[in-house]
Each structure stands twice: as C-alpha cells, then as structure tokens.
Design a binder for this molecule. Structure first.
Ligand code: PNS
Length: 163
C-alpha cells in the first residue's frame, strides 16, 4: 500500500488544491489530506470546518482520507505510514519556500520524499488568501472553489456586510 500525504492549511480548499489532489490520488494507493490545526497563517475557518469542507470536496474519491494534524509534518507522515509528501507548485514564486520546506523535511526524515505536482495552469493564480479577499469584496469566485465552499464564503461575507 503506497500512501502519500498532501498537507496544507486549506482555509478554504480551492479548485487548485483539488486539481493537485486528483493528480496525487492517481499516483498513490492511499492519499491522506492533512489539514494543519495551528497554522501560523491565522486561519479564517476553525479546524473542524476546514476538515469538513475538504472532506465534502473529495468525497467522490475512494482512496482519499481527510484528517487534521498538529506538530511536525514529518511526524504526521510517519504516523500515517506515508512514503511521500505531495505539494503543489503554481508558479516559480512558490518554489523558494517549497524547496526550503522540502529540504528541512528531508533533513528531519531522510527517507521521506517530497514530490511537487504542477497544478493546472488555469489555477496558477488561485490561492485561498486571494479567494477570501475577492469573496469579501463581493467579487465572483465561481469556478475557483468547489460550489459548497463558494456558498459558504458568500454566506459568511453577506452576513458580515449586513452587520
Ligand atoms: O497550505 P500551506 O499553508 O502552504 O501549508 C503549509 C504546511 C501545512 C505544509 C506547513 O506549514 C507544515 O508542514 N506545517 C507543519 C509544521 C512543520 O512540520 N514545519 C516544518 C516544515 S519545514
């Protein structure tokens, strides 16, 4: 059983994440999507909601599990029996930070490989941060996040505007 881990903050999950998830699910027998509990990005959604939104988005994949983790990614990967960490690369600007993380993770657990997958080019500009900003300002985020996430974001910001 070849297990891969796809970690992230998923605040919220986007179609760019889903594109990478789809690709990774075809490479591994089992893909564990790990939602980071204490992201230093100060998440907008609590962990339960991020896990729930992510679960809903991947429910059609039989070989994907969604769970949360805290602490070191390499420890989580080991607990799950994963041999690879999957990360998505959108543009060259992602590379520097991703390389730094991958090399640190390799230093911590030399047997664990990081594999970079290129998200579809139509998602090269999509990030959770920019999606939240556009949604907050009433812009159209259709096609960039799954429909249930779009509905949740709209409802949240409509409520904020009417406060
Ligand atoms: O979606 P993100 O926020 O880019 O994901 C970042 C993530 C979750 C992969 C990274 O912050 C992480 O692995 N955090 C866990 C703590 C850890 O292991 N840090 C050292 C990695 S160099």
């Amino acid at each position: 059983m070849f297990t891969a881990i796809y970690p992230g903050s998923f605040d919220p999950i986007t179609n760019g994440h889903l594109d990478v998830i789809g690709r990774a699910s075809r490479l591994a027998d089992r893909l564990v999507v790990g939602v980071l509990l204490n992201s230093n990005k100060n998440p907008m959604y609590p962990i339960e909601e991020r896990v729930e939104m992510t679960r809903e988005a991947v429910k059609s994949y039989p070989n994907i599990e969604v769970t949360h983790f805290d602490g070191l990614l390499v420890e989580f990967a080991e607990r799950e029996g994963a041999r690879i960490i999957v990360r998505g690369i959108r543009a060259i600007s992602d590379y520097e930070f991703e390389l730094q993380m991958a090399l640190m993770n390799r230093r911590l657990k030399p047997d664990l490989e990081t594999v970079f997958l290129m998200a579809g080019e139509q998602y090269s500009f999509v990030s959770s941060r920019i999606i939240k900003e556009v949604a907050r300002l009433g812009g159209d985020i259709g096609g960039m996040v799954p429909p249930h996430v779009e509905a949740l974001l709209k409802a949240r910001f409509e409520k904020e505007l009417t406060k």
